[in-house]
Design a protein around this ligand. Sequence first.
Ligand code: C2G
Length: 288
Amino acid sequence: MVKKKIVITYGTFDMLHRGHMRLLERAKDFGDYLIVGVTDEDYDRSRGKLNVAQSTEQRVEAIKAIEFVDEVIIESHRNQKSEDMVKYKVDTFAIGDDWLGMFDYLNKYTQVVYLPRTQGISSTQLRSDIFGTVKLGIANLGRNTKQFIDESKFVSNLDINQVYSQDSKAMEEFTNESNDVAHGYNNYTEFLGGDIDAVYINCQPDERYALIKKTLEHGKHVLCARPSDLSDMQRQELLDLAKNKRLVFLSELKKDYLSALNHEPNGCGFRYMMAEFTSLIQRNSVKS
Ligand code: C2G
């Protein structure tokens, strides 16, 4: 009996498109039995893919529906590829040439081929066409503003193009040095009149209520990550304003995600809390 030639490939396959299909067709041509490893959400996040639009289940279903795909597996961890080569007795590992050289280490298990990527189509482009791009302005420069902008590049459909600061000198320096931010304003009304859909508000607690209110009144969405010191009345007023104007007002995210803050033991308030920024980019200055 002649052994079937097994081919394997991996990918996220978000919003399955012509580029993915061409890759899969050419991969199948290397053998008789095509196994496709679909990366799961957690693994994708861990490798910096933060913007996948479809769930693992939806992506798996789309691949399963392809007639010439013989088996679909889930890729959930970093060393899985070498394990799979042995487990499935793989003859050929095929992948797009955007990964050129990256999987040469698998040559000791199987034949590794890099196939030319299809030009002019990508999941990133499709997501951007469907969901549009959010233009975000930053109100007030802070210690982490540059880091915030650098890391936002991992988020597709987001374009940070202008900043506001009362401090004209700091703002001028920042825009001159930045390759990303084209416009700096020291007048908040002018800033809001610029080409932005939403504002990330990063200001002192005593300015927060007024800035959020003004931003919503100008029809811009508001993101405000820091725990806010708004009174219940102010918070309700701003939420109602956002609701009436059909805007997003997102605040106190940290409080929601730091579950400890929502579970204070009886009578025992917080005295001290230390929080760390998670970083997507390795920084020289940060020691691990
Ligand atoms: N692809 C292509 N042409 C495109 C877009 C994608 O040939 N225009 C190929 C990629 O090169 C890859 C496959 O389609 O081989 C799946 O692409 P993605 O969904 O973007 O997955 P990717 O992040 O490349 O994951 O560890 C490696 C991965 O699992 C591959």
